[in-house]
Ligand binder design. Structure first.
Ligand code: ADP
Ligand code: MG
Length: 619
């Protein structure tokens, strides 16, 4: 057999390597920003167009490069940052692989202008798909500017795979945040499609967080400071009451590098245990400094994963430091830290005998207290016939007569007249004693039908009910809105404010009433009936996040997407306790929906188990 193995040509090898380094425009942003930082810049400008698909440009005032270095920088494994493998264990730079520029140049049109301090003229270099098309001398200021155009122009499959511009922009913004938060001593500016998104002057960590996330961020921050032999921890955690249902604003930096660490995240969550609801996430901005020799950042091409030598110690120190901060700043006055055994762990780690761990329990803590309030507030299934429930009536106008004739909701015959008979005539007559439902594991509502029983997923059922209600509001164009007695003043980060502006009109169709937008601030004077005043901020945050990340991407319109997000956010969740009356209303509301089988996200809402099915089990 003839020899068949061939070496891949360089440009093909580069394209393949590029796939690892560059997944999307945001990856390019990260690499270019990091190079600018490694070059000792004090001021960095990021310019993007069309979500980075048309242009990503980073302009810095750092060291610059000689003509030869400029050319070499696009070669694979060309780096000024390490010389031998051992250097990997003592890294003080972001880059070290020498792959980024070569990879980017393999899949885009790149133009670099650069000049070091001590030369009069600089270099301009143009590269298309790894081929240098021009190199000239040019007058340019000290520093480097790299413009990356038409990303993936030669890999159509990858280009088609990119998401819409605003989703890509979101990823870029996330990347920008991470870099900017890690380096408050560097000034950053960020322009999108010609408009300024961020202008971040040189500052400290706290100011940087506030300039990025808006003034409202300031009051949330609880400072964290700890200096041990293993690690130095500084930064901030958000007060527990600001914990969000969605992730975000969770940042770990190790030696000024943003990292992802589910393990350390867990340590933070553990420190907040008992202070926030189980499905909420605390926000944090934590800066860890460790000996570079004690970590390995080489395990992932995009360098966001880090291996620590002694993760367990780090975990213990982090958790107790955070607990300490929460206590010290009087965030948790009820916790008695003298009795907290956890606090002992890191300081006297060695030479101590293990002692029986103690447990402190806050007997007054009731995790469902707030939930119940919330249920009442969203007019769900607490207190049937109460004011909160009024919003529901309108939904079923017209249904009453149809459904009244036979009780076959969605083709389903209920065994008990008491459920179906009364509901659509007068909900207030509902009486718990007539109910034939029960809640299973705080997750399912079980009820009987003629042929057997139905097991309903409570959260999905409520999503369906809310979704149809919102859609109905939207289509009849007179959303049921409740006026707020005192309009709320909400402030957003710049990028969130931009999104809010885009979706404001659609939000109005579902019942939000907004005043004029003043920069990042907006007045909310009305909200949909089903949204509690205390939840407005959270709901809007969720709407903005979902819109940016296209979580509910297969929606056929913006309003449909908003309705989906809203119903997801507001629906009763798994784990919430529903009283019998609430269960009953939910069951009836569900079977009054146009579609009952699947949730708005196409998940099964209920299953039926027939008597026959049960009989079979007994054979
Ligand atoms: P790495 O950062 O891993 O070294 P890159 O491909 O990102 O690899 O960059 C290659 C080299 O090009 C760097 O080591 C650095 O010497 C040089 N370089 C890249 N960007 C800049 C910049 N903005 N300013 C000065 N030098 C740069
Ligand atoms: Mg680099």
């Amino acid at each position: 057999m003839a020899d068949i193995i061939k070496l891949l040509p360089d440009h093909v090898a580069n394209q393949i390597a590029a796939g690892e380094v560059v997944q999307r425009p945001a990856s390019v942003v990260k690499e270019l920003l990091e190079n600018a930082i490694d070059a000792g810049s004090t001021s960095i400008k990021l310019i993007v167009k069309e979500g980075g698909k048309a242009l990503i440009q980073v302009v810095d005032n750092g060291l610059g490069m000689s003509a030869t270095d400029a050319r070499l920088s696009f070669e694979r494994h060309a780096t000024s940052k390490i010389q031998k493998a051992e250097d990997l264990f003592n890294l003080n730079t972001k880059g070290f692989r020498g792959e980024a520029l070569a990879s980017i140049a393999a899949i885009a049109h790149v133009e670099m202008q650069t000049k070091p301090e001590n030369t009069e003229l600089g270099t301009i270099l143009k590269i298309e798909g790894s081929t240098i098309t021009a190199q000239e001398v040019i007058a340019t200021p000290k520093g480097t500017s790299i413009a990356v155009k038409n990303l993936f122009f030669n890999i159509p499959a990858r280009r088609n795979f990119l998401k819409s511009n605003h989703v890509e922009l979101r990823h870029i913004t996330d990347e920008f945040h991470r870099v900017a938060l890690a380096h408050p001593s560097i000034a950053f500016r960020f322009y999108n499609n010609g408009g300024e998104m961020f202008n971040l002057p040189v500052s400290n960590h706290r100011q940087r967080i506030v300039t990025i996330f808006g003034n409202k961020a300031n009051q949330k921050l609880v400072p964290v400071n700890e200096d041990t032999e293993v690690v130095k921890i500084s930064g901030f955690i958000n007060r527990p009451e600001f914990a969000k249902k969605s992730r975000g604003e969770q940042f770990f930096f190790v030696n000024d590098r943003f990292i992802k660490s589910p393990y350390l995240h867990h340590a933070v969550v553990a420190a907040f245990e008992g202070l926030i609801k189980p499905n909420a996430y605390p926000g944090y901005f934590l800066y860890l400094e460790v000996n570079p020799a004690s970590i390995d950042i080489n395990i992932h091409p995009t360098k966001t994963e880090v291996k620590f030598d002694d993760e367990h110690t780090l975990y213990a120190i982090l958790r107790s430091t955070l607990k300490h901060s929460l206590g010290q700043f009087n965030v948790v006055p009820s916790l008695d830290f003298n009795q907290d055994q956890n606090l002992e762990t890191p300081y006297a780690y060695s030479g101590k005998n293990a002692s029986q761990p103690g447990v402190t329990v806050d007997a007054d803590f009731n995790p469902f207290q707030e939930m119940n309030q919330r249920q009442a507030a969203i007019g769900s299934y607490k207190g049937v016939g109460s004011v909160a429930n009024k919003g529901w009536d309108g939904l079923y106008v017209g249904l009453e007569s149809n459904l009244g004739k036979d009780y076959a909701f969605g083709g389903m015959q209920f065994e008990s007249d008491s459920i179906t008979g009364s509901i659509f005539k007068d909900q207030t007559e509902l009486n718990e004693s007539t109910a034939t439902t029960f809640q299973l594991r705080r997750k399912y509502i079980v009820t009987t039908i003629k042929s057997g029983m139905v097991v309903i997923d409570q959260s999905r059922a409520h999503q369906r009910v809310l979704y149809e209600k919102f859609l109905k509001n939207i289509t009849i164009k007179e959303a049921v809105s409740q006026q707020l007695l005192f309009p709320l003043d909400l402030s957003f980060s710049k990028s969130d404010a931009i999104v809010l502006n885009e979706i404001k009109d659609s939000l109005a169709t579902i019942g939000f009433v907004f005043g004029e937008m003043d920069g990042e601030n907006i007045k909310v004077s009305g909200v949909p009936v089903l949204v509690a005043e205390s939840e407005v901020g959270m709901v809007l945050d969720q709407l903005i996040t979902d819109y940016q990340t296209e979580v509910v991407g297969d929606s056929f319109s913006q309003t449909d997407m908003l309705a989906k997000t809203l119903c997801k956010t507001l629906a009763v969740k798994t784990g919430e306790v529903l009283d019998t009356a609430s269960q009953l209303v939910l069951v009836n509301d569900l079977f009054a929906c146009k579609e009952t089988l699947v949730s708005p996200f196409n998940k099964a809402v209920y299953i039926t188990i027939t008597e026959n099915d049960i009989d079979k089990k007994f054979i």
